[in-house]
Design a protein around this ligand. Structure first.
Ligand SMILES: Nc1nc2c(ncn2[C@@H]2O[C@H](COP(=O)(O)OP(=O)(O)OP(=O)(O)O)[C@@H](O)[C@H]2O)c(=O)[nH]1
Ligand SMILES: [Zn+2]
Length: 329
């Protein structure tokens, strides 16, 4: 299905991508290669947003051999084929990436996201360790982060919760929000610059679909009513890019909604804890219940916060002290 003509700069195309595209074209004389943004991926296929609208594509054999699989948000170069889907020949270098840990290593979830909106709500415990992991993952992938405190109507002391969130990382903006009433949505919109791409992550039931609808000004994402269990339900299944009114893009990828940290160097950002760990009695100390743990000692002395140690332990893949039941299935 072809949509209306698209202005590529409104969906994230930049002079840097244009330059990268020119270089690829120089190496492929005789081929007509058009830019497209990956809006959804299947097995060796993708839906692309191109100048001519949404178009289906298949991956060229050379791309499959090159071991680069396009992901949502990628910019690719594709060759028009008469009466057939476009043929994708190249993935342009990614500016940013969001990934999650899987058994075999890492799984790339989306590319070229500029700002990641990390959503939480006060109708339950604020899971600082989890939020820290999200912020770490965003930073590691090269995107900016912002923290959204949704459902501020559910707490009597929003200021205290906002301060708690600000303390996680002073460099990350923190915004109060009532997505259901549309309050604070303009502030969120202002975090997404012209032609920029935003992604929304957070545990189930925080209000991501509600905010998505508010940002898009229509019922684009299904909202699920949360039952008395407060657990929320998974209501979104399709991975999608949405165009924001006025320019810009929103990525709503179910796998992205609740990412686990994947980082090349799981110790990055925790140098202080690593330094302390040198004094642990056991070289392979996990800073849990081992005797002679210098990290636990530092927490007891108030030198570092327990939350940061939990975030570090989670990033290292150590079993964390938090009950597993708290995590969404
Ligand atoms: N009190 C209050 N409830 C809200 C607010 N925003 C959203 N909700 C409610 O929170 C519930 C969950 O909202 P969703 O938008 O479906 O949450 P989600 O994060 O998309 O959840 P998943 O699809 O499971 O990932 C719904 O019942 C919403 O009506 C708010 O500002 N205040
Ligand atoms: Zn230790």
């Amino acid at each position: 299905m072809n949509g209306p003509e698209l202005n590529l700069s409104e969906i994230g195309w930049t002079p840097e991508f244009e330059q990268a595209a020119q270089e690829v074209r120089l190496g492929a004389p005789g081929l007509t290669l058009l830019p497209g943004r990956v809006a959804g991926v299947g097995r060796n296929t993708a839906t692309l947003w191109t100048q001519g609208g949404a178009q289906e594509s298949v991956f060229a054999g050379t791309l499959r051999q090159a071991d680069v699989t396009p992901v949502v948000g990628d910019w690719v170069l594709a060759e028009p084929v008469p009466d057939a889907p476009l043929r994708v020949h190249a993935v342009l270098p990614r500016r940013t990436q969001l990934a999650r840990a899987v058994q075999s290593g890492m799984q790339l979830l989306s590319a070229n996201v500029d700002v990641v909106l990390v959503m939480t709500a006060p109708d339950g415990d604020i899971d600082e360790a989890r939020l820290s992991r999200y912020l770490e993952a965003v930073r590691a992938g090269g995107a900016r982060a912002a923290l959204l405190l949704n459902k501020v109507d559910l707490t009597r002391k929003p200021e205290a919760v906002l301060a708690q969130l600000r303390a996680l990382d002073p460099a990350v903006p923190v915004l109060p929000l009532r997505a259901k009433e549309g309050e604070g949505v303009a502030g969120v919109r202002a975090l997404i610059g012209p032609g920029e791409t935003a992604a929304l992550i957070g545990s189930s039931g925080m209000g991501k679909s509600t905010l998505t609808n508010a940002l898009l000004g229509r019922e684009a994402a299904q909202t699920g009513e949360v039952g008395a269990t407060r657990e929320g339900r998974h209501t979104t299944t399709a991975r999608t890019l949405y165009r924001l009114p006025g320019g810009g893009v929103l990525v709503d990828n179910p796998g992205l909604r609740d990412i686990e940290v994947w980082r090349e160097d799981a110790a990055a950002g925790f140098e202080d804890i690593e330094a302390l760990a040198a004094d642990c009695r056991f070289r392979k100390c996990t800073h849990g219940s081992e005797p002679g743990c210098a990290v636990v000692r530092a927490v007891a002395r108030g030198q570092i916060s327990e939350e940061r140690v939990e975030a570090y332990r989670a990033a290292q893949g150590f079993a964390t002290g938090r009950p597993k039941a708290k995590r969404r299935k």
